[in-house]
Design a protein around this ligand. Structure first.
Ligand code: ZN
Ligand code: ZN
Length: 405
């Protein structure tokens, strides 16, 4: 936020202009298709575009991933379709975000009903609301007195076309082919001249090819069955050979596989054998992709939440001075670097964050024991601080208090 002062004819007018945040970043929260074994989170994709934070699908485990990343107030959710692996996390997101949402509703966008789809997005929202009516009544009206707005689901049943537009971000839905799950949607997100397409669940779709022409980032589902498989499950998903054809027709700057079924499936060799030689990445939980002039992948090497247990100096003393090299002790740091220390002034961490990261600076580094050794920069002065560690996956530890003499 910048404030400009304009003086004219003795009149002083303050004009406030929001500084535009140009970040366009996609984080894969869960990358597994339906998994009855529950060892991996199911589908959920977070899109941060400027000042907008949008979630696409919310399978089991997705709200927990959002919490690991520090998001407590995601309130705009777009469903591709109503299969359980895309919706199971929704009640958790809805309930656990009640307070963080403040006076905002949970906005839920998704497909309507169809011949074999007796419940559309509005029906899902109404059913959830009915199922949790007791909980809602007690927490809203009798005991906790939580904000009534935050527990309202504003359901929007959408069809193909522009479905959301705010802060320069345009979300378009398009029909894909996941028959008999119909209507089923894919999404295209446009921001600052860049574009991202999320396939949802689909067999090879000519309509997706139309919407994904020359897109910067194409995130596409994939299913592991033999080439030419005609099992009912295989025919409403996309095999690697078929995905290769989609990538050849759309020429994305980067193609990313998600909704891996099974979760450990690596479709790379089959995609290459089918003739696609372009940029390709197999998605993994908490991998992020930044879409700018180039499309950059940040892999994630530890989806565990870091812990920060103690801070000492190099003499292992907890009596710390500004000039010391500090050693942060804990777990879940990224072994290959990319960790960041977040300092906030005050024991309770109410000050503005000062982030020290490893890129281009000698502030700190990992060593083979998993410690972080930090040589503090000039901005970290004597006094009380609250410090947390964010690993390369963006997952942040709880903070500990630190006093510097
Ligand atoms: Zn699915
Ligand atoms: Zn599905």
């Amino acid at each position: 936020m910048r404030t400009y002062l304009t003086a004219a004819l003795g009149l002083c007018i303050a004009v406030t202009v929001s500084a535009q945040n140009q970040t366009f970043k996609v984080t894969l929260l869960g990358t597994a298709g339906p998994s009855l074994a529950m060892e991996h989170p199911e589908t959920g994709t977070l899109v941060q575009a400027g000042n907008e934070t949008l979630l696409f699908d919310c399978g089991r485990g997705v709200p927990e991933r959002l919490n690991q990343l520090g998001f407590s107030n995601v309130n705009k959710v777009f469903l591709t379709h109503l299969h359980s692996d895309h919706t199971e996390g929704l009640p958790v997101l809805w309930m656990s975000g009640w307070n963080g949402r403040g006076s905002n509703n949970l906005s839920l966008y998704g497909p309507g009903t169809g011949p074999d789809q007796p419940t559309g997005t509005a029906g899902l929202a109404a059913s959830l609301t009915a199922a949790y009516a007791t909980n809602t009544h007690i927490r809203r009206d009798l005991v906790e007195m939580w904000n009534p707005a935050g527990i309202v689901i504003a359901a929007h049943e959408i069809s193909e076309g522009v479905v959301y537009q705010n802060n320069g971000v345009l979300v378009s839905a398009f029909l894909v082919d996941h028959d008999p799950v119909s209507p089923a949607l894919g999404y295209r997100i446009d921001y600052a001249g860049r574009s991202v397409v999320i396939s949802g669940d689909t067999k090879p779709s000519a309509n997706l090819v139309k919407y994904a022409q020359g897109v910067d980032l194409l995130i596409h589902e994939v299913f592991n069955a033999g080439p030419g498989s005609t099992t009912p499950t295989a025919v409403y998903h996309t095999l690697p050979e078929q995905a290769a054809s989609i990538f050849l027709q759309t020429t994305p700057k980067l193609a990313v596989y998600f909704h891996l079924a099974p979760a450990a499936f690596d479709p790379t060799a089959r995609t290459r054998a089918a003739g696609y030689a372009g940029p390709l990445q197999v998605g993994a939980d908490l991998m992020s992709v930044t879409v700018a002039n180039t499309v950059t992948v940040t892999p994630c090497d530890s989806t565990a939440t870091p812990t920060l247990d103690a801070v000492t100096n190099q003499a292992y003393s907890t009596s710390l001075s500004v000039g010391d090299t500090l050693i942060f002790w804990g777990t879940g740091f990224s072994a290959k670097g990319g960790n960041a220390l977040v300092f906030r002034q005050g024991a309770n961490g109410t000050g503005a964050p000062m982030t020290l990261d490893e890129t281009g600076a000698a502030y700190f580094w990992d060593n083979s024991t998993g410690q972080i050794n930090a040589k503090l920069s000039a901005g970290i002065t004597a006094g009380q601080w609250s410090v947390s560690v964010r690993n390369a996956c963006g997952v942040t530890s709880s903070s500990i208090a630190l006093t510097l003499r």
